[in-house]
Ligand binder design. Structure first.
Ligand code: B16
Ligand code: MG
Length: 253
């Protein structure tokens, strides 16, 4: 037997073993993954999208705004800490940043810090325009609507509507559930349960797309299947993993 064939067999066996263990489907994306292919029957009626890190790349703006605040306060902050803030509410993000602070802040001081960071962040958001959204992302949303999926946003951000307006994305969605209509932050499923409710669907009929570990947990906790992109593909909990936004068309027939 050739060594190439042996290697193929070893990969298939490893893939099957991993699938049994994690019940995870790994999508083959343009031949870049040797893991296998999977094309489910039409299984869902709705798709709930996280915003930051999935539809738009405001995650970098969050980083720059938090970094500026942390530097001003003399608090150590880097990209690794920033990854822990993905999908997490503004106040919970601040608590993570303050773990590195030598001084304690009162509740009023924390509120002022969060507001200061949000003002920095909004300066970046004002520079966004329709060209901040990849054309493939827009085309994928159009195609999903053609395929009769109901589409909703499920974002922790209180700036969601501003971002959707800046980028001219609002009209693609049937509903928006965001930081303004929830009391519990991801990994609590509230934001996605409300999104499903807004589009009149049960969690079992929707799939949630996320870039954050906390977001994948929120989907899982709410009884949703999940699609991971970006940072969340390092997690072993999502139902599917994709490399590019448009690859979801392979899952959502
Ligand atoms: P804001 P998502 C989340 O958006 C971000 O990932 C997270 O970093 C941010 O702290 C949170 O929104 C709150 O955002 O300060 O604008 O209310 O990923 O849930 O779309
Ligand atoms: Mg996100």
């Amino acid at each position: 037997m050739s060594s190439d064939l042996l290697e193929d067999i070893r990969q298939v066996l490893a893939f099957e073993k991993r699938q049994k263990r994690t019940n995870m489907t790994i999508i083959k994306v343009r031949g870049e993954s040797k893991e296998g292919t999977y094309m489910p029957e039409k299984k869902y009626k709705g798709v709930i999208f996280d915003l930051d890190g999935v539809l738009v790349f405001t995650d970098h703006y969050h980083y720059l705004a938090w970094k500026r605040l942390a530097d001003e306060e003399g608090i150590y902050f880097d990209e690794t800490i920033n990854d822990r803030l993905r999908g997490v509410s503004r106040m919970d993000s601040l608590e993570i940043i303050l773990e590195k602070s030598r001084r304690r802040y009162s509740f009023a001081e924390k509120a002022a810090l969060a507001e200061r960071k949000n003002n920095y962040y909004k300066e970046y958001l004002k520079t966004m325009s329709p060209s901040s959204v990849r054309k493939e992302t827009r085309a994928t949303l159009v195609e999903l609507r053609k395929r009769s999926y109901r589409l909703a946003i499920g974002s922790s951000s209180k700036n969601t509507k501003f971002i959707l307006n800046q980028t001219d994305l609002a009209s693609y969605f049937d509903a928006v559930s965001d930081g303004t209509n929830i009391t519990k932050s991801k990994p609590d499923p509230e934001v996605f349960l409300k999104a499903a409710d807004f589009i009149s669907l049960e969690p079992k009929d929707c799939v949630v797309m996320e870039d954050a570990f906390a977001g994948i947990d929120a989907g899982y906790n709410g009884g949703f299947d999940t699609i991971a992109i970006g940072e969340a593909t390092k997690y072993d909990r999502p139902t599917y993993k994709v490399m590019q936004f448009e690859d979801i068309l392979e899952i959502l027939k």
